[in-house]
Ligand binder design. Structure first.
Ligand code: IVH
Length: 685
């Protein structure tokens, strides 16, 4: 091949690509093919052959690339330009009426127009189109960052590789993010499971799991063999093009015109009565729909009104999901086990005879605490009613008293930790019983380590329940910091740990050493600090040291923290053991370095949380970026003292330009001398 490409070949390739995508759209989105499959296959083969002859013409947006690219080692992360939030869920009619009332009140009107649609039971993804071409696609992940599953999404036929040129055509947006759900049609799910059975491979519990398993495949060729479907429900960031700016329903029409599937059952309605009628209509239709849904979504239709209503930290105020009631089913309560949580709470868990409910097999359900067990009058051996909806955790709602056997047994909460045998106590004003063993208790240690490694924490892949159990039980690790001292020889000696999985774990450990500040705060497991609070704290303090030094008063000021949270944070940092673990994590030996504040390590290595608090400073010479007064104020705000003369009690002498005799005095008394840059660095933490 000399690189010369005849013009007619290029033209033919473009023509074939366009025709194939057009037929693909008719088939996969409109469900109205205009040519038989054999014709389509012919076009596809012709394109494949031409591309084989001229590989330099193969582009990622060619339909031939939908068959799946080479496997990846791992997914990279994509930070969403605009977070992918969730919706608040409501189950009750009264709650929907209250939602409508709230909206009317906030908007100062008595009737609001809503755009309504089914709630797909799949996986949320964000598809990014630049100048009309599909460039990246990501899962929702934690809402702000997801996994880059572009190659897998390219195999999904109902995802256009190019925005369609239709009525809005001459105006291709420079950027358009289309949001929606990837799901597996019921029909395709049945077929897949049939094939899996024939191959003696794992069958999927429900279409949602099958879709998730298929989308999160590292080998796109496997995804290509699974029929996935995409339905759009909205847009994210966009620039240019003729994206409607007035109503959500118009945006949906626009998305459909660009080649995406949207639910046929979308509608525009007004007032809560119409919403509830719609809910009932869709509930009746549910069984006949080609895909699983778990409710309906009501969205304020006017985009101006949406903007006015805004968002809470997790969800938009202008939309709500009205979920279908959870399925309920009877089963037997075989026993009640007691589990110990990360914070030492003893939680009774129902061991159930396996039942299929709400699309999954259920064998256990949390019973929360002993009061809940008495309130529900549960006895071991009872027939219980179990409820589960979609992704909601299963719940024991009550018993069928008439079916209680004569040998049913009462459950008594133990007064000893079932794991470490320490005393278990119930504090006054608390409903829970706690193990008093602290980190002596292996169960608490295991949970703390699992939390540290979790996806929203340090995201250490391959460190699951069983492995942490083995590592703690064999005393190879006691704290999260010990994870980083593991080596291959220790790992391969553990049961079920091959060389490859051990190597993979060490790689994930290495890769986890640069978390964001928010992830790290979450990972260390401060009581009452979840993902959102961790993000708030990271945003507020910007550095880990500042968080460690903060007092309860300061912490209380932060949205999402409150008094209980503030106290938990302060208590956590007052605990010597926690500081030791954190120092170890930041030590040279382990080498954790936070993305946002790289300097934290230096200070940690000094083994002091705060180099200013309680320290005495003397300033000499002229500082260029701060006045003497300004520097003094900053030091004092951080708990330091500024004095006029150098003595043995002085901790630091800060020297600016033309320092006086204080410089020599400091040198004589061996007091640490800082230049201006060093002082500024210190003030930053
Ligand atoms: S609108 C700001 N519309 O439900 C969130 N979401 O709990 C806007 N979902 O992760 C979402 N069907 O993936 C919207 N018709 C629909 C939906 C829908 C399913 C999912 C969505 C999101 C979750 C929210």
């Amino acid at each position: 091949m000399n690189g010369y490409i005849p013009e007619h070949i290029t033209q033919q390739i473009y023509k074939l690509r366009e025709a194939i995508e057009r037929h693909n759209y008719r088939y996969s989105v409109l469900d109205a093919p205009s040519i038989p499959d054999s014709e389509y296959d012919k076009l596809f083969l012709e394109l494949q052959q031409l591309e084989q002859g001229y590989p330099q013409l193969v582009t990622p947006d060619s339909p031939t690339q939908r068959v799946g690219a080479s496997p990846l080692k791992e997914f990279s992360q994509i930070t969403h330009r605009f977070p992918m939030l969730s919706l608040s869920n409501e189950f009750e009619i009264a709650a929907v009426e209250a939602f409508d009332r709230r909206i009317c009140e906030a908007l100062g009107t008595d009737k609001v127009e809503y755009s309504v649609e089914p709630k797909f039971d799949g996986l949320a993804v964000n598809l990014c189109y630049e100048n009309g071409s599909f460039v990246t696609g990501a899962t929702r992940g934690d809402g702000s960052t997801g996994e880059d599953v572009t190659l897998n999404l390219r195999t999904v036929k109902s995802i256009p590789l190019h925005l369609r040129t239709g009525t809005h055509n001459d105006h291709i947006p420079t950027l358009l993010e289309v949001r929606g759900e990837v799901l597996m049609l019921k029909e395709d799910f049945e077929k897949l499971n049939q094939q899996q059975r024939e191959k003696n491979e794992k069958v999927f519990v429900n279409p949602r799991n099958a879709a998730a398993g298929s989308l999160r495949q590292l080998d796109p060729r496997v995804t290509a063999t699974r029929r996935l479907t995409f339905f759009a429900y909205g847009i994210g960031e966009h620039e240019g093009g003729k994206v409607p700016r007035d109503k959500h329903s118009k945006v949906m029409e626009y998305i459909a015109s660009q080649g995406f599937s949207v639910a046929e059952e979308c509608d525009v309605l007004s007032g809560s009565e119409e919403l509830l009628t719609y809910y009932q209509k869709i509930q009746k239709l549910r069984e006949c729909l080609p895909y699983d849904i778990d409710g309906v979504v009501y969205k304020v239709n006017s985009l101006a009104q949406q903007k006015k209503l805004g968002f809470t930290s997790r969800a938009p105020r202008f939309a709500v999901a009205h979920k279908f009631p959870a399925q309920k089913i009877e089963t037997e309560l075989l026993g009640i086990d007691v589990q110990v949580s990360r914070t030492g709470v003893l939680t009774p868990v129902a061991r159930l005879k396996e039942v299929f409910v709400g699309g999954a097999y259920v064998t256990s359900a949390t019973l929360h605490n002993e009061d809940e067990i008495s309130r529900k009058n549960l006895m071991i051996g009872d027939t219980v009613i179990v409820r589960r909806a979609g992704d909601v955790i299963p719940e024991v709602v009550g018993i069928v008293k008439a079916k209680r056997p004569s040998n049913a047994k009462i459950f008594i909460m133990p007064n000893q930790c079932p794991v470490c045998k320490s005393k278990a106590v119930r504090m006054p004003n608390e409903t829970v019983v706690r193990c008093t063993g602290g980190l002596f208790c292996p169960a608490q240690r295991k949970q703390a380590i699992l939390h540290f490694a979790s996806r929203r924490g340090m995201d250490i892949e391959g460190l699951g329940d069983k492995l942490v159990g083995q590592l703690v039980d064999s005393d190879l690790i006691r704290t999260p910091a010990d994870l980083y001292n593991l080596d291959i020889s220790a790992l391969v000696n553990l049961p079920h740990m091959a060389k490859k999985s051990s190597g993979n774990l060490l790689t994930s450990l290495r890769k986890s050493k640069n978390p964001t500040l928010a992830r790290f705060i979450y990972a260390i497991g401060i009581r009452n600090v979840g993902v959102t609070t961790a993000k708030e704290l990271a945003r507020y303090f910007g550095s880990f040291n500042k968080l460690m030094e903060a007092d309860v008063e300061t912490l209380r000021q932060i949205p999402d923290v409150g008094l209980v949270g503030a106290q938990s944070i302060a208590d956590f940092f007052a605990e010597k053991h926690n500081i030791e673990v954190i120092s170890k994590l930041f030590s040279d030996q382990v080498g954790v370095e936070l993305k946002e504040n790289v300097n934290v390590r230096k200070i940690q290595d000094d083994n002091s949380a705060n180099r200013i608090n309680g320290k005495t400073f003397v300033l000499t010479g002229t500082l260029s970026s701060l006045s003497r007064e300004g520097a003094k104020e900053k030091i004092e705000n951080l708990g330091g003292k500024v004095t006029g003369s150098v003595s043995r009690k002085t901790d630091y002498v800060v020297t600016g330009e033309d320092p006086g005799s204080k410089y020599e005095e400091a040198a004589k008394l061996d007091v640490t001398i800082l230049n201006e840059a060093e002082l500024l660095q210190l003030l930053q933490h």
